[in-house]
Design a protein around this ligand. Structure first.
Ligand code: ZN
Length: 408
């Protein structure tokens, strides 16, 4: 409706203008040399308008041919960009599907068409990483890391690469790299976690404990920092830190006791604190190692049985207490007493079990040797350790080389 109205209005205006021009009086005379052109005013005006239109058309045609090469190049670049993005997205899908062959193929196509596009660099780096081509992965991710807006993607690739793959020491992540990564995305929780894992894998447990978000992780790393501490007082500080983070862990209390035993002055006070730590540990998280440390200096079997009774009294309902009483009574040849606790002792813990992947570990360690979870080992009883071959196969002992970090 509006269009029809507008068209009618335009028609009226044009007709009025044409009528006005057609009724103009007088004539126009142009003399060029000996040639003389004469026309009435309306004809002259219409000729002038026609000449204008003709010139505009000529200019348009010239401009069209002038710009053709640039337009063809731009169209070709757009086609290449489309092809590159399409290939990169297909590579991403193939990576997600675990189809490394197809991912590498499409990543190569993406690289050919759009070598500097962040997505091309990312899929090329990831495909190279998964194919074990460390050098190519490093190169693609490093280039991506210099990108102004999405440089974090490059750091994500680089850090995952170094954290998850056993690289032969030649290309470690430096402190400067980590600083650059942090500045590319200061609030990234993922990055904080990776930094914690990298610090732990490099043996810098104090730094790793500072970066740990989760209580169990912080406690496990603080125990390691306490074990590694050069000065005895620092070892006590870190052990206290571990206890505060996770008082339900036997290892934190045990480490606190050991750190106090190691400290020299005032020795009596430290010995006293060590005993308190062992008693508190037994109350909150009984474990045979706490009992061993508690009975360490007692030799006579009867005295050991008596000391065990005082420790067990702090946590009388625990199967660990029953087990301790049964064992020390047996050693002191108090068979009746030993038998009395034998049934309850059956439920005592037998191994460290990863709460994340259920791997069984004989000696406590800060990380799970199977899934890499930090601070996830819990002292508990395995149903039947030697029951099946499968259980034996799943059994992971601490002397095996740990996989330091979990997958991203
Ligand atoms: Zn695990």
């Amino acid at each position: 409706m509006l269009r029809a109205f507008r068209f009618a209005l335009l028609t009226i205006v044009v007709l009025v203008v044409v009528w006005y021009v057609a009724t103009l009086p007088g004539e126009v005379q142009i003399v060029i040399g000996e040639t003389e052109i004469k026309a009435t005013t309306p004809v002259a005006v219409f000729c002038l308008v026609a000449l204008d239109i003709f010139l505009l058309v000529i200019i348009g045609v010239i401009r069209f041919f002038w710009q053709t090469p640039g337009r063809v190049a731009a169209r070709r670049a757009a086609r290449r960009r489309d092809a590159g993005v399409h290939a990169a997205v297909r590579a991403l899908a193939a990576l997600a599907a675990g189809d490394l062959k197809s991912a590498s193929e499409h990543a190569r196509i993406a690289q050919r068409h759009t070598p500097d596009e962040p997505l091309s660099l990312y899929v090329a780096g990831e495909a190279a990483r998964q194919a074990g081509d460390h050098r190519a992965a490093d190169s693609h991710f490093s280039t991506l890391a210099t990108h102004k807006e999405v440089g974090f993607l490059g750091w994500h690739g680089l850090l995952s690469h170094h954290a998850n793959d056993a690289l032969d020491g030649s290309s470690a992540v430096t402190a400067a790299d980590l600083r650059a990564a942090v500045s590319s995305y200061p609030t990234s929780a993922w990055l904080r976690n990776q930094r914690m894992r990298i610090a732990a894998s490099q043996g810098d447990y104090a730094q790793a404990a500072r970066l740990a978000d989760n209580r169990a992780e912080r406690a496990a790393l603080a125990i390691m920092a306490s074990r590694d501490a050069q000065r005895a007082n620092l070892a006590v500080d870190w052990a206290r830190h571990a206890v505060r983070a996770n008082p339900e862990s036997a290892v934190t209390w045990l480490q606190l006791a050991l750190a106090h035993q190691r400290a020299q002055w005032p020795q009596a006070w430290h010995r006293h604190r060590a005993r308190i730590a062992l008693r508190n540990g037994w109350k909150l998280a009984p474990h045979p190692d706490i009992a061993s440390a508690f009975l360490k200096d007692i030799d006579a079997p009867l005295d050991r049985a008596r000391a065990a009774q005082s420790l067990a009294a702090l946590n009388p309902n625990s199967p660990e207490s029953a087990k301790l009483l049964a064992e020390t009574a047996h050693a002191a040849q108090l068979e009746g007493e030993s038998r009395r606790h034998a049934a309850a002792a059956q439920a005592a813990g037998t191994e460290w079990i990863c709460s994340s992947c259920e791997a069984e570990v004989r000696d406590w360690r800060y990380d799970c040797p199977r899934c890499g979870a930090i601070g996830a080992l819990v002292w508990s009883r395995t149903e039947d350790i030697n029951a099946t071959e499968t259980a034996a196969a799943a059994h992971v002992h601490s002397q095996q080389t740990p996989k330091i970090l979990a997958p991203p």
